[in-house]
Ligand binder design. Structure first.
Ligand SMILES: [Zn+2]
Length: 309
């Protein structure tokens, strides 16, 4: 019965879309769910947004699927994190998309890092000798809400360029997001104010912008270098360092194995805290502001549990 009704309905929708007077929505493809949610904030119902990577996947190592090529082929705007975060998977897809609108240099190619505040930009010679996956500065910059604001602004400006008839709409939506984010930041700052200088260790170097924004101090990593798996000698050094500094919290991104963090925890008494670095990392984190609400509440609970200072 359901099927009998839905097919004509679908046809009707298709015909209406084809014949309708309204401008077609801008087709946005974002490489991550963080960028996708920011594009939805600004674009509202004038955009159709798809994310390629999921928030529970390591954004450095997204598995390319044939469906990505189709999505890229149909895109008017590609929003990417940049700083070579997607270097391992995006370039061949972009080439195979055969879509001139979203190639580097085109109006439909938006590298969100260009207007963001980027930390850890190397000053010396750039080398991949150590397998470093952060050669152009830290690419996890969306974890500072000020950078979220800057990304949203960049998307607003680019959407206005691609769809100038709706520029005022995008501008109003940006302003609304900006004021909600400002309100939320006051809440987050109040929550974190008593814990300025709190020392933490993280698995991957995903959190420098987050730590900088909220007054935390990252004193070590489970990975010896970004993208390099834990080694016994590095883990021993890390344990010594954590004992010396009294580190009580070990943040782990959801896509890493807990074996090494758990053994570090047994040796140091630190709590292993799986925190989401992205929208979609856990099902309840469905938006950009919710990401910080979720993470900061988890962190706050862990701080109280462990008496970390
Ligand atoms: Zn990384």
């Amino acid at each position: 019965m359901r099927r009998l009704i839905s097919l004509p309905c679908a046809l009707a929708v298709l015909l209406a879309t084809a014949a309708g007077p309204a401008a077609a929505a801008v087709n946005v493809v974002a490489t991550t769910e963080d960028l996708a949610t920011l594009a939805r904030e600004v674009g509202g119902d004038k955009v159709k947004v798809e994310a390629l990577g999921r928030g529970y996947q390591d954004p450095h190592f997204i598995e390319a699927k044939p469906s990505f090529i189709l999505k890229l082929h149909a895109a008017d705007l590609l929003v990417l994190v940049g700083r070579e975060l997607e270097i391992g998977w995006l370039p061949p897809l972009l080439q195979q998309s055969r879509n001139a609108k979203i190639q580097l240099g085109a109006a439909g190619y938006l590298d969100a890092s260009l207007t963001a505040r980027i930390l850890e930009i190397p000053t010396g010679e750039i080398t991949r000798a150590m397998g470093d996956v952060h050669p152009l500065g830290n690419p996890h910059y969306w974890l500072d809400p000020e950078n979220g604001r800057r990304i949203a602004k960049a998307i607003e400006q680019r959407l206005a360029q691609l769809d100038s008839a709706d520029a005022a709409y995008f501008s109003a939506r940006y302003s609304d997001f900006d004021s909600r984010l400002t309100q939320a930041e006051k809440r987050w700052d109040g929550l974190m104010a008593p814990y300025k200088g709190l020392k933490i260790v993280t698995y991957h170097n995903s959190w420098p912008n987050f730590a900088d924004r909220f007054g935390l101090k990252v004193v070590g990593y489970v990975e010896p270098r970004p993208g390099i798996p834990p080694s016994p000698s590095h883990t021993l050094d890390l344990i010594q360092e954590m004992k010396r500094d009294g580190v009580k919290i070990l943040l782990v991104e959801p896509y890493f194995d807990l074996k090494t963090p758990n053994s570090v925890s047994r040796e140091t008494g630190a709590k292993v805290l799986v925190m989401s670095p992205s929208v979609g990392g856990v099902p309840e984190v469905t938006g950009y502001i919710k990401l910080f609400d979720y993470d900061l509440n988890l962190l706050m609970t862990a701080i109280k549990e462990t008496g970390a200072r």
